[in-house]
Design a protein around this ligand. Structure first.
Ligand code: PAF
Length: 286
């Protein structure tokens, strides 16, 4: 496992891999790695000759007033966690390396429509910043595959749409959400929760499961289901931002749809948590 922090070094290695005909997979992250990230690394390693994990806390995707300054930067710990998986490269550039002219930059990748809704409504510029840096990382690493976690469902759709619209020569893969024992989706931001909040945080997953079960049982009063979940979230101390039953493409659900995703974001204490459920989630089978 080689730590690379400069673009010329990365490009030189990438050129050698290309000359050898090796297939490369990229796992973009902002570091502070947890079991969810590690499972993405393991997943792509099965299909690629070379794996690159990028660690870059991207200033462009933090809205004004968000946690960019205090976002955990834990490179030494991250390297120790990756070591047993032995990806070929950990690419951990500085902000100056990625944005040598400073930021914001003049060029942005905007996936119209998708970026303004749900999380986009509460995090100004977030998806544009994320899509822009992922485009930069894809250009630098030039992987055949890149993988993202399904916890960030809207983000995943943004990247899929971006890759399709721009004919990017990369296959976008996704990996399932990894959860704590109480069902809380793993996230670097969970560290902002107190022990007590971490226990209450399980209610978000519980409400998603309850809604998913109701949908599977044939309930179609979407507004009533959403409202019931919001009430339960408030009772558990959350300030819900949205809790929506949607088509898998994130259009408003109608009774004509046979498949759904339930998408949620809620603030608990100092943490903003997001999660979602699809109707094929194993928890709904029980
Ligand atoms: O999901 C994340 O951690 C980030 O949005 C990503 C994809 C690494 C881009 O900075």
């Amino acid at each position: 496992m080689k730590l690379i922090q400069t673009i010329p070094e990365l490009k030189a290695l990438r050129a050698r891999w290309r000359a050898a005909g090796e297939r490369v997979a990229l796992v973009p992250t902002m570091g502070n790695l947890h079991a969810g990230h590690l499972s993405l690394v393991e997943q792509v390693q099965t299909g690629a000759d070379r794996t690159v994990v990028s660690i870059f806390v991207n200033p462009l995707q933090f809205a004004p007033g968000e946690d960019f300054d205090r976002y955990p930067r834990t490179l030494a710990d991250d390297l120790a966690k990756l070591d047993p998986l032995a990806p070929d490269v950990v690419f951990a550039p500085s902000v100056d390396e990625i944005y040598p002219q400073g930021y914001p930059i003049a060029t942005n990748v905007v996936v119209n429509g998708l970026v303004e809704r749900f999380c986009g409504e509460f995090r100004a510029g977030h998806f544009v910043g994320a899509a822009t840096v992922v485009t930069i990382l894809l250009n630098l690493v030039q992987p055949e595959q890149a993988i993202f976690g399904e916890k960030d469902y809207q983000q995943l759709l943004v990247f899929r749409r971006m890759a399709r619209d721009l004919h990017l020569p990369v296959e976008i893969l996704s990996g399932p959400t990894v959860r704590e024992a109480n069902g809380l989706a793993m996230s670097s931001r969970n560290r902002y929760l107190s022990d007590e909040e971490r226990a209450s945080a399980a209610v978000l997953r519980q409400q998603l499961v309850a809604t998913g079960r109701a949908l599977r049982a044939g309930h179609r009063d979407f507004a009533a289901l959403e409202q019931a979940a919001r009430v339960q979230l408030r009772a558990a101390g959350f300030a819900p931002q949205y809790f929506n039953i949607l088509s898998p493409e994130l259009e408003p659900a109608t009774s004509q749809h046979s498949d759904f995703v339930v998408l949620a974001a809620a603030v608990l204490g100092a943490a903003r948590l997001i999660d979602n459920i699809r109707l094929d989630d194993p928890a709904l089978a029980a």
